[in-house]
Write a protein that binds this ligand. Sequence first.
Ligand SMILES: Cc1ncc(C[n+]2csc(CCOP(=O)(O)OP(=O)(O)O)c2C)c(N)n1
Ligand SMILES: [Mg+2]
Length: 331
Amino acid sequence: MTENRHKSLGLSDQDVLNMYETMLLARKIDERMWLLNRSGKIPFVISCQGQEAAQVGAAFALDKEKDYVLPYYRDLGIVLAFGMTAKDLMLSGFAKAEDPSSGGRQMPGHFGQKKNRIVTQSSPVTTQVPHAVGIALAGKIEKKDLVTFVTFGEGSSNQGDFHEGANFAAVQKLPVIFMCENNQYAISVPADRQLGNPRVSDRACGYGMPGVTVDGNDLLAVYQVVKEAADRARRGEGPSLIETVVYRFTPHSSDDDDSTYRTPEEVKQAKTKDPVTMFATYLRETGLLNDDLEKEMESRIMETVNEATDYAEKAPYAAPEDALRFVYSRE
Ligand SMILES: Cc1ncc(C[n+]2csc(CCOP(=O)(O)OP(=O)(O)O)c2C)c(N)n1
Ligand SMILES: [Mg+2]
C-alpha cells in the first residue's frame, strides 16, 4: 500500500513534493559549500548529508507559524523548512554582514532567525536543550499554543544538559520534542564507545515520557512520530524523546579526515540507503515524480544555489567597528 502511505498520514501530493524539494535543496546547498570550502572561498562546512529525511520529515510535522525550533549545526533541512533561504545560508558560509544568524560573527551552522522562531545554539553542544525547555516553560506560563523542538547528536545526548532538560520538561509536562539524530559517530568516536545502551530513546522511560526509535532515512516514518509528539505536546501531555537512526555521509566537518576512523566501504554501504534517493524512489513508485519533473526541480534548485552563492560572494563583510555589537550593550 505504498500509494497511500503519505495520504494516510494526512499529507497531500503537493506536501510530499515540497518535502522532497526541501531535502534536495539542503543537499545541493551542502554540496556547493564543500566546493567553496575546497576552493578556498569559505572557511568551514559542517554537513547535513545523510540526515535530510530526519530533518525535513520532522520540520513538516511542526507548526511553522507558532512552534520554536532549536536546531543543531547539521540541521539545514530544518531551517530551510522553517523559512531560511539559500541566500541566508550562503551569507553565513561566506561570513558576510548580512548573515541573519550572526552578522558574519559565528561559525556557520549556528542558525538563528528571530522572524522564523529559529533559536541559535551555542558552540558547546547540547546547551540548546535547556533553552528549548525554558521556552516551553515560558509558553506554558503565558498560555501560548507553542511547541519547542530541539535536536542534538547521540554524542551530545550524554551531556548533562540533555538529562537535566529532559527531567525538568517531564516533571513540568512541558511541550518539548527532543530529537536525537543518531548518526553513529561523535567526530571520530563510534556510537559503541559513547553509549552504554545503544538505544538513546530508552532513556525516555527514566524521565517519564514516551521514547521512540525510528529509521531516520524514512521521511514519512519520522513525520509520523514527530506529528504524534507535537499533538501530544499541544494536548498538554508533556514532552517526548525521538531517536532517528541515520548515518553521516561526509567527514565530521571540513576540518576532519574520516579515513582515520572508518573505511570507505562502510560509507559506501550506508549510501545505499541515501534518504534523498529513497524518497525519490517512493515518489516515483506513487507516480508523483518522473524524469521531467525531477529535472525541472533540479534546475530550479541549482539556479537558487547559484544566485545565493553569487550574492553572498559579492556581499560586503561586517564593518570592523561592528565586531562587538550584540556582545556588549551600547551606551
Ligand atoms: C561541550 C562540548 N564538548 C565538545 C565539543 C566539540 N565537539 C563539537 S561537535 C562534537 C561531536 C558531537 O557529536 P554528536 O553529538 O554525535 O553530533 P554529530 O556531530 O555526530 O552530528 C564535539 C565533541 C563541543 N562543541 N562542545
Ligand atoms: Mg553523532
